[in-house]
Design a protein around this ligand. Structure first.
Ligand code: UD1
Length: 436
């Protein structure tokens, strides 16, 4: 309860009022259970989807993270009403009356772009500033916009804004050049109430897409195929309300498992879908960890120096997730032997590498590859989080380093991890949040 209170207090503070950092004394092993939060990347598009219906939707166990806070703020600006009951959020979009997504918030949150599909469906108009989010590469939105155009939306881009208009949305076949998660979700949202059938080919297959399908079907949509490369949406005219529990956060789960592998000890990650992170589980087993899977829990045990895995490449699901690349690279830093990590999705996702080097890591980045030569021990240092997952990687490195580290600007980490230090402390880590 104390942490829910602190989270609410922090998130209700004026922007920039808090500059916070972690102080971490490394070296403790991790033991115990950690309950995995609901998936950020499911909750965000589902929140966007609530604009489609004028009936109340209750989303259960929303993670206590800033991205959710910002999405809810945007919904409020659109005229939706949001209220909390414990960790559940109730959205009532019956009073939504605005189709312009405020630019300051859109720049804070990349997922604000998902609102385009839902807002166009509701108002036949939408205006949004180019979305922000983690600075991990170019992150274009051409596939989102081309998909919307195929459904009949006219789009103009002016002074950093995307302006959309349409008389009516009409189903169509859309072939994505690459399986973009956001574009697949945005097109699904726009197509739910379009006239006729939409078929998305080369769709992203991430579990969060299937979760969005399940949510939309619960409120009355007719969607099949999510989780495969072809998603079919038969337009419907009426939607309803529902209560919905999104899937667990496979990236948070992966972060804790990597942390336990690095620090040593034995942890149980509870409330997860192990098959959703099987690419990571296989790598951790190759690294030498003992892993037991039992329904919705994974037990990871490690008591020795990890063995390096020669190469890891990020790929769309079910490949190795780009959102675990930084954390896994941190692990490679203390493996016996060398590893090559290749980032295939985002151009500048190695920004955390110079920070790891301050801790004694031996990494050379060549284009999209990081060549990591394992060292026996990292050492404590003052490091700066530049983005969400890179920030998490620095925390993991600090947990295993000799002596004290400080991880600065943890607002990036708060975007995606709820109560991270509380959960780590419960596992035995020595970590403190300090407000400066
Ligand atoms: C989503 C996730 C993010 C994850 C990423 C890849 C959310 C809120 N975020 O981001 O955590 O890292 O999937 O798993 O769910 N691309 C284009 N044009 C577009 C859109 C994408 O070229 O219009 C490219 C991107 O540059 C990138 C690739 O497609 O190389 C994949 O990006 P995408 O799947 O769209 O990522 P996001 O939806 O932004």
């Amino acid at each position: 309860m104390k942490y829910i209170y602190l989270w609410r207090r922090r998130l209700s503070a004026p922007d920039g009022a808090f500059m916070e950092k972690y102080i971490i004394n490394g070296g403790n092993k991790l033991y115990g259970n950690v309950r995995i939060q609901t998936a950020k990347n499911s909750v965000l598009p589902i929140l966007a989807a609530t604009v489609l219906t004028d009936k109340k939707v209750e989303i259960l166990n929303v993670p206590q993270i800033t991205d959710v806070k910002n999405m809810v703020k945007i919904l409020s600006c659109l005229g939706c009403k949001a209220s909390y009951e414990e960790d559940n959020i109730i959205i009532d979009s019956s009073s939504a009356d605005c189709y312009e997504i405020p630019s300051a918030l859109a720049r804070e949150l990349r997922s604000s772009v998902f609102l385009l599909g839902a807002v166009i469906s509701r108002f036949h108009s939408a205006k949004i500033a180019y979305p922000g989010g983690c600075d991990i590469g170019l992150r274009p939105v051409d596939l989102h916009l081309n998909g919307l155009k195929r459904l009949g939306v006219q789009i103009t881009e002016k002074n950093g804004y995307i302006i959309c208009k349409c008389e009516k949305l009409k189903g169509n076949e859309i072939m994505l050049d690459c399986p973009s998660v956001g574009a697949t979700e945005n097109i699904m949202l726009a197509a739910v109430k379009a006239e006729g059938t939409t078929v998305i080919k080369n769709a992203a297959r991430e579990p969060e897409i299937e979760d969005l399908q399940n949510f939309l079907n619960r409120i009355g949509a007719k969607i099949t195929g999510a989780g495969s490369g072809t998603v079919r949406i038969d337009g419907v005219s009426k939607l309803y309300g529902c209560q919905y529990q999104p899937i667990p956060d496979r990236i948070e789960a992966g972060t804790f498992l990597i942390g336990a592998a690095m620090c040593g000890g034995e942890i149980t990650a509870d409330g997860i879908y192990p098959e959703n992170i099987s690419s990571l589980i296989h790598k951790l087993a190759e690294n030498g960890c003992k892993i037991h899977i039992n329904n919705d829990r994974i037990v990871l045990e490690n008591h020795k120096t990890l063995t390096s895995v020669k190469s890891v490449e990020t790929r769309p699901y079910p490949g190795f997730p780009t959102d675990l690349q930084a954390q896994y690279t941190a692990l490679c830093c203390i493996c016996g032997g060398h590893s090559i990590i290749t980032e295939n999705l985002f151009e500048t996702r190695f920004k955390y590498v110079p920070e790891l080097k301050k801790m004694g890591a031996d990494i050379t980045v060549i284009d999209r590859n990081a060549v990591v030569r394992g060292v026996e021990k990292l050492k404590g240092a003052s490091v700066l989080a530049y983005d969400l997952r890179g920030g998490a990687a620095l925390v993991l490195a600090a947990l295993t380093a000799d002596g004290y580290s400080e991880v600065l600007d943890i607002s990036h980490i708060d975007r995606g991890y709820g109560s991270l230090e509380y959960k780590l402390k419960k596992l035995g880590a020595d970590i403190k949040r300090i407000t400066v």
